[in-house]
Design a protein around this ligand. Structure first.
Ligand code: C2E
Ligand code: MG
Ligand code: MG
Ligand code: MG
Length: 284
């Protein structure tokens, strides 16, 4: 009989809960030290622009090499950083580092008459609503000697669940600066068509969970086709996320997707590898 506090199962459950809470505390502690100890870096995943066959955009993705835990996925630590407010300083580091890298690529490519792809930076809900975000972005661009045409900001719809009016006002200011805005992971979670009409996004990124079925006859194809037409009808460009196979790429091209991003084109790349790719140098 399950008496309060008794039984092997209840004990096991309590222990499991306790070790989960301890893991979480440990992660928070390590995360608090990560910035000042230089444990973060950025990788960049190129997107293929189908109409030209060129790389016009790339996404900056955060990496954390933790000495105690090894590499930790942003899918695991970004939500924790968001919960404890650390995403604000970490996000500022990401923005400044991404701009600095594009500035460096710009100087290198200028020698060959080229220009770097526009960099897309992920901004989380808490960060978007933090005071001074717009000024921080302006200063990151200015410090790197870049105009707004070099930057795109990716947000997810969960942003609108918190404080939709303030989120919209901030997005509006960013857009007025000339920065492009993309709605990320479209087709998952809280996707709602009403956000698309309330706010003029420049780009819609179709989530990998939909893109992976685009080469399946029937529903998988129909859903992506409908999203691409909807986005185009609303004046948005479309990026497909998570393209892994030639069959998917072929379908996405037939559907007139604008850009595709995925392991089937390139994985997220270290800056030095990206640099060689953009300069047309043979891979290391
Ligand atoms: P996201 O913004 O949707 O980024 C795309 C994710 O899909 C990246 O995972 C990328 O490596 C992965 N991906 C790209 N192509 C493929 C593919 O073909 N197959 C598969 N299986 N995966 C693919 P990553 O780098 O692990 O990032 C996960 C999430 O963490 C991001 O999803 C984003 O929500 C968040 N994140 C990453 N960097 C940052 C950042 O600097 N700031 C914030 N706020 N969030 C970030
Ligand atoms: Mg993204
Ligand atoms: Mg995404
Ligand atoms: Mg995602």
């Amino acid at each position: 009989a399950a008496k309060a506090g008794g039984g092997a199962q209840a004990r096991w459950f309590r222990n499991a809960m306790q070790s989960q809470a301890e893991d979480r505390l440990q992660l928070e502690g390590l995360l608090r030290e990560a910035l000042e100890r230089n444990q973060f870096s950025l990788v960049f995943q190129p997107q293929l622009h189908l109409a030209t066959g060129r790389i016009q955009h790339m996404e900056a993705l955060l990496r954390w090499q933790c000495p105690a835990l090894g590499p930790v996925s942003p899918a695991a630590f970004v939500p924790v950083a968001e919960d404890i407010g650390l995403i604000v300083p970490i996000g500022e580091w990401v923005m400044r580092e991404a701009c600095r890298e594009v500035g460096r690529l710009r100087r290198l490519l200028a020698l060959k008459g080229g220009r770097p792809p526009r960099v897309a930076v992920n901004v989380s809900a808490h960060q978007l609503l933090s005071p001074g975000l717009v000024e921080m972005v302006q200063s990151a661009l200015a410090d790197a000697g870049l105009g707004p045409e070099h930057l795109e900001i990716e947000i997810t719809e969960s942003i609108f669940l918190q404080d939709a009016d303030r989120a919209l006002a901030t997005l509006e200011s960013l857009r007025q600066l000339g920065i492009e805005l993309a709605i990320d992971d479209f087709g998952t979670g809280y996707s709602s068509f009403s956000y698309l009409t309330q706010f003029p996004f420049d780009r819609l990124k179709i989530d990998r969970s939909l893109v992976m079925n685009v080469d399946q006859p029937g529903k998988g194809y129909a859903i992506v086709a409908a999203i691409v037409s909807l986005a185009h009808a609303l004046g948005m460009k479309v990026t497909a996320e998570g393209m892994e196979t030639p069959a998917q790429a072929e379908q996405l091209e037939a559907l007139q997707c604008d850009d595709i991003q995925g392991y089937g084109f390139h994985r997220p790349l270290q800056p030095k590898v990206l640099e060689r790719l953009l300069l047309g140098a043979p891979p290391l």
